[in-house]
Design a protein around this ligand. Sequence first.
Ligand code: ACO
Length: 443
Amino acid sequence: MNATTTAAAKPAAKESVTLTDNQNNKAVNLPLLPGTLGPKVVDVRKLYAETGMFTYDPGYTSTGSCESKITFIDGDEGVLLHRGYPIEELAEKSNFMEVCYLLLYGELPTEAQKAKFEEGVTRHTMLHEQMHQIFRGFRRDAHPMAVMCGVVGAMSAFYHDSTDITDPRQREIASYRLIAKVPTIAAMAFKYSIGQPFVYPRNDLSYAENFLHMTFAVPCETYKMNPVLAKAMDRIFILHADHEQNASTSTVRLAGSSGANPFACIAAGIACLWGPAHGGANEAVLAMLKQIGSKDRIPEIVKRARDPKDDFRLMGFGHRVYKNYDPRAKVMQKTCYEVLNELGMTNNPLLETAMELERVALQDDYFIQKKLYPNVDFYSGIILQAMGFPTSMFTAIFALARTVGWIAQWKEMIEDPAQKIGRPRQLYTGATKRPYVPIARRA
Ligand code: ACO
């Protein structure tokens, strides 16, 4: 099989790739589709119909699964854009509610649009009171991600009036409900795990402030909001809001492609995010930094990470798409200093270990050759721990922030006229057809 690219002969002609099956003397012309940014994609949709062959790409390392206008990543240059806006600018100049609007609707809101959107989301922050009973059914030591998976999925049993995915108004209400209630659910999962009473949302607070309040306030005391920490929380939410077709987002799209309701789809995304190769990495980074203990052990740890016979990996390093510094990690590092400074914790041993580990790894041949740089998870755990969150809440906070990205991608998919149920095929390598063997005759 050979592939050759044909540049357009006339301006009107589209570029295409010709795939030749030498053995069967067959050729098929596959269109090349350009995006506004990023590499072209080979449109293989007619490949099976015309050749009887499938493409094979486990892990989807060369596969574009959909067309999207939401987020763009240039992994080689370390660029991340939401609707065209660089993540660094959004983190510096915007706020999470505005970024939510941008992801969902495609443009930055006017003041009136922002006020209306915030009001629309904020009025949905409370959970149906009966949902509190669901929390009480979990063990106290349940992981917050296990609780979130269950409770978010259970939303479809409570909010029937927003599960008709063919109705744009219901889709919008479901979106607002998810964005508004996920912080409440995450905070309740935390409160339940430590045996404290649930704290109801306060709609006079910003999105980030409200989450901090529901997490750390207790009914018997007045909770004093620290604006530096609230700003850092908001920035952490922005940095995690969306990241194009990653594993959890693709999970949400795949679940949604069957017509499943949005609450079920987001629960599926939460389940996928939980894995240590994805959102669970921030928890693993902190465990790794604690395990390293002191800077002297860094060479030994880096040696283990390089050893092909050892499964150990530096958590918070490497990325499927970024082959350069993850732009979110840079903002996260800056936020880390701000938070530790505010809390008088600049001599934090974990931060010192992290910075030294980063320095050593970035000079190491193995990491240079494999283009392994710190990712978004590398510094986030240190910040979250300094703010008072237990490690088990780290991935729950990631899920909370990513909910808007999942919804924006789900909404885009539902509104795409080319949308079909996601149904990949396979390269079958199992037994060929054979007759059933009665049990008495089996060896
Ligand atoms: N430490 C040491 N070696 C690594 C690391 C690492 N963190 N990451 C990748 N490598 C090596 C692999 O061993 C592999 O080496 P090989 O070619 O000799 O076999 C090579 O780099 C490529 O790695 P893959 O696993 O094939 O790359 P992939 O794109 O599939 O994986 C992933 C990306 C999962 C993020 C990987 O880098 C990793 O496991 N990192 C640690 C976990 C982590 O931080 N995850 C968070 C990702 S960001 C997010 O989800 C928000």
